[in-house]
Write a protein that binds this ligand. Structure first.
Ligand code: NAP
Ligand code: ZN
Length: 372
């Protein structure tokens, strides 16, 4: 329930904090309308039911999808919008039937907080492809079809225990938050399409998703090349573990590297020419789109059919696979490279993300929402 249409807390989180202690009142930041800057916003979370977990949020990553949706670039956005689907926090309360979690556990929440649990996709553990639609962590509705969901740019969240992840020990918590979306979105296609040791993998775009793609593909034993429209990211690419770097603003790279890659992971957030990148695949190679530009791109049949190449897409990952990815990251010492910001800097961080000026994920320190 939202009871602050006038948003009395705008400009200060103090009022929200005073009320927060009274119940499940939560302080957050919201986009009040399409393309409007984010500002303080208070709202109520549901009291935990028997199977729910109440989480005190510590960190929330900033995904480019937050920006696409708050600017309504994909259509159908719901306002006010509290973004955030890369959530890490501590369990503060559990319902009396909760079996998996106890107070004090370090947990995560990703891009969805429910699904129908009975369709073929859910039964296969691929809730992100739920046939009746997953319940997104924000910019959607609960299963009742009318209660809006609000994301992690906020102090607390109530989530069904089955949609909560365990953050393994050893991963720094700020660097763990982006794994809940950027991590799983890149891990899942690498696994699904069977990338293996020695494969030549190209990662297009070195942002939040791209830098995770580099680290994960490298940990799977691949030979990794970054393809970037920012020539200044060469050094970082190599530091992150890439074996090679190609600056895509040099048009000659497409001819010189034709047929080079087994697999290409395209994480670019803006419209670009897929056809050019398809030509970089070898025979039977696969390119997977995870980036979600708001504009369509014409597709030419020839780069596909001449070498039986495949073009596919992939969306985040299911709960089971997300846990597998978190455990994989812990085993391999992988976390996101983050720039931690107070929430008050969120609008600036979004502008920098759109300019490809993020190294490599902004993460909000939610303590900044609790400060008086
Ligand atoms: P990000 O941090 O902004 O990274 C995107 C990168 O794309 C930029 O750093 C830049 O890399 C490249 N890029 C941006 N504009 C470009 C342009 N005009 N031409 C060429 N390259 C450009 O974003 P992100 O959070 O990683 O998200 C990337 C995309 O994936 C977004 O569209 C997001 O919505 C989508 N996404 C999809 C899923 C899914 O489930 N499939 C999940 C999460 C996010 P360089 O500077 O290296 O070129
Ligand atoms: Zn995301």
């Amino acid at each position: 329930m939202i009871d602050d249409r006038e948003n009395p807390a705008a400009g200060s989180t103090t009022a929200a904090l005073a009320e927060e202690s009274a119940g499940l009142r939560v302080a957050g930041y919201a986009a009040p309308a399409v393309k409007a800057p984010l500002r303080p916003f208070t709202f109520d979370r549901r009291a935990p039911g028997p199977k729910d977990v109440l989480i005190d949020i510590l960190y929330c990553g900033v995904c480019h999808s937050d920006i696409h949706q708050a600017r309504d670039e994909w259509g159908g956005s719901i306002f006010p919008m509290v973004p955030g689907h890369e959530i890490v926090g501590k369990v503060a309360e559990v319902g009396d039937q909760v079996r998996k979690w106890k107070v004090g556990d370090t947990v995560g929440v990703g891009c969805f907080v429910d699904s129908d649990r009975k369709c073929e996709a859910c039964r296969a553990g691929e809730e992100q492809y739920c046939e009746t639609g997953m319940t997104p962590t924000y910019n959607g509705y609960e299963r009742d079809g009318k209660t809006p969901t609000y994301g992690g740019y906020s102090t607390r969240i109530t989530v069904d225990e089955n949609y909560v992840l365990r953050i393994p020990e050893g991963i720094p918590l700020d660097g763990a938050a982006p794994l809940l979306c950027a991590g799983i979105t890149t891990y899942s296609p690498l696994r699904h399409f069977g990338v293996k040791s020695g494969d030549k993998v190209g990662v297009v775009g070195l942002g939040g998703l791209g830098h995770m793609g580099v680290k994960l593909a490298k940990a799977m034993g691949a030979n990794v090349t970054v393809l970037s429209h920012s020539p200044g990211k060469r050094e970082d690419s190599l530091r992150l573990g890439a074996d090679d770097f190609l600056a895509t603003n040099d048009p000659t790279i497409f001819e010189k590297n034709a047929g080079r890659f087994d697999f290409i992971l395209d994480t670019v957030s803006a419209k670009h020419d897929y056809n050019a990148y398809l030509g970089l695949l070898r025979r039977d190679g696969t390119m997977v789109l995870v980036g979600a530009p708001d504009e369509p791109t014409p597709l030419d049949a020839f780069p596909l059919l001449t070498k039986r190449r495949r073009l596919a897409g992939s969306a985040i990952g299911g709960i089971r696979e997300t846990q597998e990815m978190l455990d994989f990251c812990a085993r391999h010492g992988i976390a996101s490279d983050v720039e931690v910001i107070p929430i008050q800097k969120i609008n600036e961080a979004w502008d920098r993300t759109v300019r490809s000026d993020v190294r490599y994920r902004f993460v909000i320190d939610i303590a900044s929402l609790r400060q008086k």
